[in-house]
Each structure stands twice: as structure tokens, then as C-alpha cells.
Design a protein around this ligand. Structure first.
Ligand code: SF4
Ligand code: SF4
Length: 394
């Protein structure tokens, strides 16, 4: 799963509040062994991946490391996060992966580069887990649920064969080797298919031993809607089913980052999750050719948003915020600012707000997010004494 910051590590509310750029998503491989129908890299109209090197080169890695080092020096940062994405990042191979990590850490020292990775898991082996452990890395796994749900979308490139049974077998084999798989697994990313029952899916993940999950709404907007889009209602139903199962699940329930962060917002803790209108200035995407972009999911908006005009050779890393006018782009619209659920929803994910000319709109998923926020507010009002939480409209 490319794109958004992964669940390679479940961030604490504090971690989810970047003050400036301190995190990059690094696209180290532009190819993937899967061909998921919802994938914004390959199947949503943007073809920029075809123009980039298949794998990141040592030259780009070194220049990127120099940029990170300079950024950390200038900002007084002692740590910087590099999250490895693809396509499928494991296609890089272990030898090149180790060299990449050594280069980043060698050049950036004394600042520490924390490395995380998001994978579809099919190429995972015990040797990969050893590499992660040696390098203090965590990883996030992309898994949309049981085969009858996930195989509708997550198929092998070329053969269109389902992949989920194979992934679950891989997970079982790695777990049989010892505790490393679960120790290094930061969480599971699940793209919502509203054909599924949200509550059953929450319970399935718990039964499979995945205690940290997150739901992603499929990427799309008013001019480039998700495949099979019939409106937000199926997503509203799914999210409410999932929330009810999670909230009522007791200690056995998996953590669901989307729900946790929305509820923490309602309790006055705030959040900067990108899917909930978080400030994208804390993050940029660096492609295998060294191009610097905002969230690469914005490429589903096509036009100028599918073209990067900055790169690590000519520009500092945090030039992206000014160059792409991020403050202006991500400013919530008047409808969202007046919404009683703005605290928890914050207008939703930026690429989902686009209408062909501007981002100054509620999310494509507005009705679903509104209903979810309302359900959460109701739950808090029912279960907590009034003094313990901060109502949204207050
Ligand atoms: S695993 Fe699927 S969603 Fe992720 S990069 Fe490959 S095709 Fe895209
Ligand atoms: S629920 Fe809708 S109107 Fe309210 S903040 Fe979210 S996207 Fe905006």
C-alpha cells in the first residue's frame, strides 16, 4: 500500500502532531507484485510511475540523506522518520535495502533516522524480519480482510489471482518461527470495501491476532470517484457497524486508529491524521527519481497535482509546503468550519475534497464521517460524565 503514512507504527496522539517537516514517505520501488484495483499508483489515471526509475538509486539516496541531514541541522531535529513505500518496497531486495538504510543513517548522523516500511507482505520471510530487527524497524501490513472480501481487489499482477490466502499462510509460517513477526508489526492497513460488514471485519482482525488496524476509505473525489461508487451511504453503514463492534468490543477489540484518534479529538486531545484533515506540512513524499511531492494520493486529482516540480537535487525538503501552497490548499471550506463535527472530522482527507478545481469542499465521504462523528459523540455523552469530555459544539 503506497501513499499515506502507514501503520508501520501506531502513533501516539503526541506523535501525530508534527510541527514542521519531520517525516518522509520514500518510494523506493515503482513496481508492485500486486495489482489492486483501487491503487492510486497504477489504476486511478496517473501514470507518473512509468516515468520514474524502477528502484531508487544510490545517487538519489545519498542526495536525499544530505537533504535530511541539512534539514535536521537547520531545525535542531534529533530524529527524522523515513517510511519506505512502493509499489512494493521489498522488491528492492535485502542487500540494497540494507545499503539504503546505512547510507541514510551514516550521512544523517548525529540525527537518528527512524525507518519504517509498508508492505503487502507477500515477499516477507524470516530473513526480512531479521533485517528489520537488526535495524530497529517496524512494518505495516496491507490486508483488507478475509479472502472473500480482500480478493475482490487485491490480486496478483498479471494473473488476477487472489492473494489473501497466500498472505495469511505467510503470516502463519512467520508466526511459527517465533515472536518476531508480531513484535515488529506496527499495524494493519485495511481499505474499506463496503460490501463487507464493518463489525464482522473488526472481529475477524481480532480473531486473526491483529491487535492494531486502521481503515482507509478508498481514494477518490468528485471528479475521480472510487470504483463502483454509488455514494457515501455504504461507507456510512460500514463505519457505523465497525465502530459499534469496536466500541462494544471490550479489551479483546483491536485498536482502530481512525476511531481512536477521532474520539481523542472529541476529548480535546486533537490529532493530525492526514485522513482527518491533518496538516500535510509535516510530511512529504520523495519518489525514486528524487522528486518531492505532497501526499502522492493527490495524484488522483490529476492535472498539476500529478506532476512534481521539486526534487532533492535542487530543492530543500520542506520547499514543498510553500511551493504547493499547502496552507491554502488544505484550508477547510466554510461548510466544514461551520459543521458541528469539525473537531473530529476536520473536513476529511485532502484528496477526497477535490471537485475538479479546488479542495475547498467537504470530503466526498462527508455523510459517512458526519454519521460516525455523531455516533461517537452520542457514545461519549452516554458513557462519560459531562466533565470528562469536551463536546464538539462547545
Ligand atoms: S499492494 Fe496494491 S495498493 Fe499497494 S502498491 Fe501494490 S497494487 Fe498498489
Ligand atoms: S462531517 Fe462533512 S461537513 Fe463536517 S467536517 Fe466532516 S466533511 Fe466537513
Amino acid at each position: 500500500m503506497p501513499g499515506r503514512p502507514s501503520r508501520a507504527e501506531h502513533p501516539s496522539p503526541e506523535q501525530a502532531r508534527p510541527a514542521g517537516l519531520e517525516w518522509i514517505v520514500l518510494k523506493i520501488a515503482q513496481r508492485c507484485n500486486l495489482d489492486c484495483d483501487y491503487c492510486y499508483v497504477y489504476n486511478r489515471g496517473d501514470t507518473s510511475w512509468l516515468t520514474r526509475p524502477t528502484y531508487i538509486s544510490d545517487r538519489v539516496t545519498r542526495r536525499l540523506a544530505e537533504r535530511i541531514a541539512a534539514h535536521c541541522r537547520d531545525r535542531g531535529l534529533t530524529e527524522f522518520v523515513v517510511e519506505l513505500h512502493g509499489g512494493e518496497p521489498l522488491l528492492l531486495g535485502r542487500r540494497r535495502m540494507q545499503r539504503l538504510i546505512d547510507t541514510l543513517r551514516g550521512i544523517c548522523a548525529p540525527a537518528h533516522v527512524r525507518v519504517m516500511l509498508q508492505t503487502n507482505g507477500l515477499l516477507l520471510t524470516g530473513d526480512w524480519l531479521d533485517l528489520f530487527a537488526r535495524n530497529g524497524m517496524t512494518f505495516g501490513l496491507s490486508l483488507d480482510g478475509p479472502p472473500e472480501i480482500a480478493d475482490r481487489h487485491r490480486v496478483l499482477r498479471g494473473s488476477h489471482e487472489g492473494t489473501t490466502e497466500r498472505l495469511l499462510d505467510t503470516v502463519a509460517a512467520l508466526r511459527a518461527q517465533g515472536p518476531l513477526f508480531d513484535e515488529l508489526l506496527g499495524g494493519v492497513l485495511c481499505v474499506v470495501d463496503p460490501a463487507a460488514h464493518g463489525g464482522e471485519l473488526v472481529r475477524w482482525f481480532a480473531d486473526q491476532g491483529f491487535p492494531d488496524i486502521d481503515f482507509l476509505l478508498p481514494d477518490g473525489n468528485r471528479v475521480n470517484p472510487p470504483q463502483g461508487w454509488t455514494g457515501p451511504e455504504p461507507y456510512r453503514r460500514f463505519l457505523l457497524e465497525a465502530f459499534d463492534a469496536w466500541y462494544g468490543g471490550g479489551p479483546r477489540a483491536a485498536r482502530v486508529r481512525l476511531f481512536e484518534l477521532m474520539m481523542l479529538s472529541l476529548l480535546g486531545r486533537g490529532n493530525s491524521l492526514d485522513a482527518l484533515g491533518g496538516d500535510l506540512k509535516g510530511l512529504c513524499v520523495v519518489e525514486s527519481d528524487g522528486s518531492i511531492g505532497i501526499s502522492d494520493v493527490l495524484r488522483i486529482c490529476l492535472g498539476p497535482y500529478a506532476h512534481d516540480s521539486l526534487n532533492v537535487f535542487d530543492h530543500p525538503l520542506d520547499a514543498h509546503a510553500g511551493h504547493y501552497r499547502l496552507d491554502e490548499l488544505q484550508r477547510p471550506c466554510a461548510t466544514c468550519l461551520a459543521c458541528p463535527h469539525f473537531t473530529s472530522c476536520q473536513g476529511g482527507y485532502l484528496p477526497h475534497r477535490f471537485d475538479g478545481t479546488s479542495f475547498s469542499n467537504p470530503s466526498l465521504y462527508c455523510e459517512a464521517l458526519y454519521a460516525l462523528s455523531a455516533r461517537m459523540t452520542e457514545a461519549l455523552e452516554t458513557d462519560l460524565p459531562a466533565a470528562a469530555w469536551q463536546p464538539e459544539a462547545a
